[in-house]
Design a protein around this ligand. Structure first.
Ligand code: TPP
Ligand code: SF4
Ligand code: SF4
Ligand code: SF4
Length: 609
């Protein structure tokens, strides 16, 4: 018996319980992986984290963005190491430029790219189906449905990558990433790092070389299409009742969700969703009256089958968005008139009190948005914990698109308004993680054709971490804790780019922060304000809490409007009016509420008489 993960999961008879993310990490370890890179994002952040926590011999890094993570991986593969690069689905958009050229080259060490799709968008700004990107990049796409498959497919993906000399993609979904099930472990197989061969025709992608590569890429997909017919992970399960009315074609988690219904139709479970084992499916299609494709999100398998002349149905009956659970699948089959009625029990979710996500107690972002809201500023939001300012009761930002986009969006908006003589002050907010990920280029772009008559303010909320994805280090973490190994100075960086109006404020000095931010919002021209307080949760900040003196409180609710969880209005004996109160256990003592109180009713507990 041994303990495998930092969570203390027990291994017995070579078996343990793992999440899909941990299983991908384990598969990489067992496959002899050497270098892993990633950029944090749900649902795949746990893959690199588990490699970091458990397999110290593997070099692993959270890179500054997905493009760099991919490039680190490309370099390691060129040098002959087995490499795993993981990212959330939208990360593929950032990494697409090197990927679309890398996919033409020869890999040297096996290369696996794991992308986490998020059907239903439980933690994402869009719901893109990366199976399509995998096809676009001429990669084999594997689709695991549970933790064991996540482990096994990762190992298989390395073999395919080396056999067909291509990067291979594992498309995993949120539910598989996060759910835990039994996996069987094997020993690690050591793989040599062969070194970088000096063959520019294979690795330098300029036209004479790239022209040939178009045929190489098409050829390997043709070969894989043939090989797919005999792959163990593409499984045909004939109907136990020998029914020939329906063949269900499905993959990944959808297979297991469908199987919950206990039906006796024939099933074809695809482990590899691109390219399809088309010869086998063609032959089978002849035997069945109807082919029903069950898949989440886009009709990818359905369209592939149709493109190859296999008549099938799918998205007529199943939603094009969101997760498909067993009830949804059954309802789809009722719609398709395959089942007569809906019988699968629909579990009613436990009744809970509806609660919007909100900033933690003492979150350093809160006072910034309180100030921006009071200033009635037009604020363009970005991606990070500060996206929460979009929600009630702050409602302090009015657009959110993608990481780092707020800076360019603000510039475009300002230029358009100016051209119509409708200029108005604009502001945008960006965290340190997002600034380094893709905000810096937007900042440099600001300097081009800078017009000092346009009033724009960039607020950089430097909390020293990538808080929203679980507190991974950024390039400023070292200023706040030992967890960081880089100490980039954002104001100096901006200064060297050519900006001169850069203010740094401690937002917990509320009055001064308000004064500075208000001034910069009013300043006719371009200005930058960087806030300096670290993330309260990640750096476990807990200072002496505050309390409300009910005899001084006038019930004005200014403190409540800062939206800090420990504060609520309540009845006090002997007072008709509701007055504020603070839960001392969850207050971390940031003092912001005390500073907004107009009558000094909020005091530190040590000041209590
Ligand atoms: C392209 C892309 N990669 C990753 C993510 C996942 N993600 C959401 S918020 C966030 C980080 C935000 O960090 P930061 O800007 O420092 O803000 P904080 O959460 O610390 O306030 C990341 C990486 C994403 N949404 N898009
Ligand atoms: S994790 Fe940090 S940045 Fe995010 S809401 Fe909590 S305190 Fe604020
Ligand atoms: S001092 Fe006030 S604002 Fe700060 S954590 Fe405590 S209750 Fe929240
Ligand atoms: S801000 Fe001060 S006076 Fe107003 S409700 Fe809060 S504690 Fe009471």
């Amino acid at each position: 018996m041994e303990h495998l993960s930092s969570k203390g999961d027990v291994v017995m008879d070579n078996k343990t319980i793992m999440s899909g993310n941990q299983a991908v990490g384990r598969g990489f370890y067992e496959a002899g992986g050497r270098v892993a890179s990633s950029y944090p994002g749900s649902p795949t952040v746990g893959i690199l984290q588990s490699i970091k926590d458990n397999y110290k011999d593997i070099y692993s890094e959270f890179s500054v963005n997905e493009k760099v993570a991919l490039e680190v991986g490309i370099g390691a593969s060129f040098a002959g190491a087995r490499v795993l690069v993981s990212m959330k689905h939208v990360g593929m958009n950032i990494a697409a430029d090197p990927l679309m050229t890398f996919t033409q080259t020869k890999i040297n060490g096996g290369f696996v790219l794991t992308t986490g799709d998020d059907p239903g968008m439980s933690s994402s700004q869009n719901e893109q189906d990366n199976r399509i990107l995998g096809k676009f990049a001429h990669m084999a796409v594997l689709d695991p449905g549970n933790s064991q498959e996540s482990l096994d497919y990762t190992k298989l993906a390395f073999d395919l990558s080396e056999k067909y000399i291509m990067p291979t993609m594992i498309r995993i979904t949120s539910r598989v990433c996060h759910s835990r099930s039994i996996v069987e472990l094997s020993d690690r197989v050591e793989k040599e790092v062969s070194g970088f061969p000096n063959k520019p025709e294979d690795f330098a992608m300029i036209p004479p070389n790239t022209l040939k590569k178009q045929f190489t890429m098409a050829d390997r997909i043709d070969k894989l299409t043939v090989a797919a017919n005999d792959m163990d992970i593409n499984i045909y399960e004939p109907s136990p009742a020998m029914r020939t009315d329906v063949l269900v074609v499905t993959s990944g988690l959808m297979y297991y969700n469908y199987k919950e219904l206990g039906l006796d139709y024939s099933v074809f479970k695809l482990g590899m969703v691109y390219p399809l084992p088309i010869k086998k499916l063609h032959q089978l299609a002849k035997k069945y009256k109807r082919i029903i494709v069950i898949e989440e999100m886009m009709p990818f398998i359905e369209n592939e089958l149709k493109m190859h002349g296999v008549h099938c149905e799918g998205k007529n009956f199943f939603s094009i968005t969101g997760e498909l659970n067993t009830e949804d699948i059954e309802l789809g089959l009722v719609n398709a008139k395959i089942l007569k009625e809906h019988t699968y029990p629909i579990e009613k979710p436990e009744e809970t009190v509806a609660r919007l996500p909100m900033f933690c107690s003492g979150c350093p972002h809160r006072p910034v948005f309180d100030i921006l809201k009071k200033a009635k500023a037009d604020v363009i939001g970005d991606i990070g914990c500060y996206s929460l300012a979009f929600l009630d009761p702050l409602n302090a930002v009015n657009s959110i698109i993608s990481m780092g986009a707020s800076i360019g969006i603000m510039k475009g908006m300002s230029k358009a308004l100016k051209s119509a003589e409708k200029s108005k002050p604009l502001a945008c907010v960006v965290g340190d993680g997002t600034f380094f990920h893709s905000g810096m280029t937007g900042m440099l772009n600001m300097l081009h054709q800078m017009d000092e008559s346009e009033n724009m303010t960039v607020l950089i909320l430097n909390n020293g971490t990538t808080a929203m994805t679980g507190g991974q280090a950024t390039s400023t973490t070292k200023s706040y804790s030992d967890a960081g190994d880089v100490d980039a100075n954002i104001p100096e960086l901006l200064h060297s780019m050519g900006f001169d109006r850069i203010k740094t404020v401690d937002q917990f000095d509320y009055k001064n922060a308000k004064k500075v931010i208000d001034e910069e919002l009013k300043h006719d021209g371009f200005s930058i304000v960087m806030t300096t307080r670290p993330c309260a949760l990640n750096f476990k900040i807990k200072e002496t809490p505050f309390y409300v003196d009910q005899n001084i409180c006038i019930g004005c609710r200014s403190c409540v409007k800062t939206n800090c969880p420990p504060i609520l209005m309540k009845e006090y004996d002997g007072h008709d009016k509701l007055k504020s109160s603070i839960n001392k256990d969850s207050c971390v003592g940031c003092s912001v509420c005390a500073q907004v109180c107009p009558v000094g009713a909020i005091k530190r507990i040590e000041e209590e008489a």
